[in-house]
Write a protein that binds this ligand. Structure first.
Ligand SMILES: [Zn+2]
Length: 423
């Protein structure tokens, strides 16, 4: 990932992205022209890919080029591209050219998220997902997506290594906001309600109307706080898109090779420590409305509603006085049948199988610090596991996946009756 050839192409890309940004800052008109050229380039690329696809029946995975420490983005994109319900929604959206028509004016985009009508994260995300799994063995360059990311998420500018989890949260939040905002006066959340049953069963709303983001990843936590002085209980519902789990402290210490006989940390240990009753320490005193002052209290999380796709983030990066340290502990996780029933608030209200989850993707961080290292992803596609390492994609097996030191795990809800709830 760091060879000479790569560095040469990188310099070209850096220049290209900078030019794009410059043009955008300077003039909306110029950037529009660039955009049109970009669309043309992409459509000719697409027809090439289709030809390749037409001549071969074997399904080939497509890698994503690294644009300079952008493996954090590639690992997330490859993981999301293998979450079928989520990915299909974007792939089925009409292309921007079709939506606007050839005679459409310069103000082609309306997005609420950043008030910038020159860029659309949804459109670039859609194009990137469409480029993957088309049969091309040549890695796709996600530069136009990256350029929109730079534009609307300023904290991801530059070529330093970033936190893949942080990126995923920003990406999902911005997709959600843009989908809520609507395009050309047509709200995409309305489109979603009309053409699928995704929103029907979804009560979780983060910032208002539901979108494909909240319909797929959205769950609800019940946060129970008890005042230790008067015993008053207060309950609060918190919508979530993912759960950030601590690796319990007894498993955090680095072990030497000879010491590896101790108990192994499991995903269940992490989930248990997340949902266990916790006594809040002096620094997080809770404002009791009955005592009318800040009191010592306990906190407990219940899952009130499980999402269709359960995203679990293992908190491997911890702040010490000055540095963010990495917890490198191996955490054992199931590839099939993760049972979430015991964390549910009302387990009796759920069917026998609806709490079971199967693994679909894992993001792994290799290296020691958050500002360095390398991200790759494992993901299952039509029953086979692949390892996505930027432009290189290799077939792998379950045993290898199970040994990975997971950073982010994506679990898909097992359907109670196969085919009963098809999208
Ligand atoms: Zn109280």
């Amino acid at each position: 990932f760091n060879n000479v050839e790569f560095k040469e192409t990188l310099m070209g890309l850096v220049q290209k992205v900078r030019e794009h940004l410059q043009n955008l800052e300077n003039s909306a008109f110029t950037s529009d022209r660039h955009r049109k050229r970009k669309l043309l380039e992409n459509s000719s690329l697409n027809s090439k890919l289709l030809k390749v696809n037409g001549s071969t029946t074997a399904l080939c995975a497509t890698g994503l080029r690294n644009l300079g420490n952008t493996c954090f983005m590639n690992a997330i994109l490859q993981s999301l591209s293998n979450i079928q319900q989520f990915c299909c929604y974007f792939k089925e959206l009409p292309a921007v050219e079709l939506r606007n028509g050839k005679t459409a004016g310069r103000r082609t985009y309306h997005t609420r998220s950043q008030g910038d009508n020159n860029v659309s994260l949804v459109e670039e995300f859609r194009k990137t997902l469409c480029a993957l799994w088309q049969g091309s063995q040549t890695a796709f360059s996600p530069e136009s997506l990256f350029y929109v990311v730079w534009k609307i998420m300023p904290n991801f500018r530059g070529y330093q290594q970033q936190d893949a989890h942080e990126f995923m949260r920003y990406l999902l939040d911005h997709l959600h906001l843009e989908l809520q905002g609507g395009f050309n006066g047509v709200s995409r959340s309305v489109i979603l309600q009309e053409n699928s049953n995704l929103s029907a069963s979804n009560k979780c709303c983060i910032n208002g109307a539901s979108t494909v983001v909240t319909a797929i990843f959205g769950g609800i936590l019940q946060n129970e706080v008890n005042c230790l002085i008067c015993g008053t209980e207060s309950r609060k519902f918190d919508p979530f898109l993912d759960l950030s789990l601590d690796i319990p402290s007894q498993f955090r210490n680095k072990r030497t090779k000879n010491q590896e006989s101790g108990p192994m940390c499991t995903l269940r240990d992490c989930l248990r420590s997340f949902t266990d009753l916790e006594e809040l320490d002096e620094t997080e005193l809770y404002m009791c409305h009955k005592c009318k002052k800040k009191q010592k209290s306990t906190k407990k999380f219940w899952i009130q509603k499980l999402p269709k796709v359960l995203c679990l983030h293992l908190k491997r990066f911890h702040w010490t006085a000055y540095l963010r340290n990495k917890v490198d502990t191996y955490v054992e996780f199931p590839l099939r049948g993760l049972d979430m029933k015991c964390y549910l608030l009302e387990p009796e209200n759920s069917g026998p199988e609806s709490c079971l989850y199967d693994l679909v993707a894992v993001v792994v961080h290799h290296g020691s610090g958050v500002g360095s290292g390398h991200y790759t992803a494992y993901a299952a596609h039509e029953g086979r596991w692949f390892h996505f390492n930027d432009s290189t994609v290799t077939l792998t097996d379950e045993e290898t996946v199970g040994k990975a030191k997971a950073y982010i795990l994506f679990y898909v809800e097992r359907q109670a009756k196969p085919g009963a709830e098809k999208l």
